[in-house]
Design a protein. Structure first.
Length: 214
């Protein structure tokens, strides 16, 4: 099993979103699965469960885009690794719940490689700093990675976002994922100084391991 990996650099959100939708609608049964790795300029995205009230401090500099993924509101911006997973779930023989679990495990394993203990929270998709972690108490339970998917014709798109050296002030303008008071954090704040490209490659490796083991 192999995946076509595309490193897209910094890409505008709306054009990338449209490209994902076009790829998914046009793909056939033999179309190779793709993994896109990129960063976005600052943007808020509002999922299907979204409520604009969760953008409590709008910004003229940061656009808000309504999208068709699951979930609520989130922020994308420089210093955040975004990975889009364009996968034929029927061909892989996997349901979306299992895919979410494997994405979460890849994120947990990636963070562990950099000395960060992270965990899932039941009923709240994403990855959070473990309450038993050795980091400063104020960051325990903080969200460090988000995920949201859309499945169309048995194929997934959208994906995940990992905060590496992100503008955390942007998250203060929203209730991340609809949770008022939810703290967010990035790897840099937790003392990780590794280059974002190194972290991207580590994450890609763990994602591929999780998917290849299907």
């Amino acid at each position: 099993m192999s995946f076509l990996v595309k490193h897209l650099g910094v890409a505008e959100y709306e054009s990338t979103y449209q490209a994902m939708r076009d790829f998914t609608q046009q793909r056939g049964g033999d179309t190779p699965d793709e993994i896109w790795i990129l960063e976005h300029p600052p943007v808020f995205t509002l999922g299907l469960a979204g409520d604009t009230d969760n953008l409590h401090s709008p910004s003229n500099q940061i656009p808000l885009v309504q999208v068709d993924r699951g979930g609520e509101i989130t922020y994308h911006g420089p210093g955040q690794i975004v990975v889009y997973l364009l996968l034929d779930l029927r061909r892989l023989g996997i349901f979306v719940k299992e895919l979410v679990s494997r994405i979460e495990q890849a994120l947990i394993n990636t963070l562990a490689d950099f000395g960060i203990r992270a965990e899932r929270h039941a009923g709240a998709p994403g990855i959070y700093i473990a309450h038993e972690s050795s980091v400063q108490a104020e960051y325990r339970g903080a969200k460090i990675a988000a995920l949201g998917l859309k499945v169309s014709k048995g194929c997934s798109y959208h994906g995940l976002a990992l905060n590496v050296s992100t503008d955390l002030a942007a998250f203060a303008r929203i209730h991340p994922c609809g949770y008022e008071g939810l703290r967010t954090v990035d790897m840099q704040t937790l003392g990780i100084k590794d280059n974002i490209d190194i972290i991207s490659q580590t994450l890609l490796g763990h994602l591929q391991k999780q998917l290849i083991s299907l």
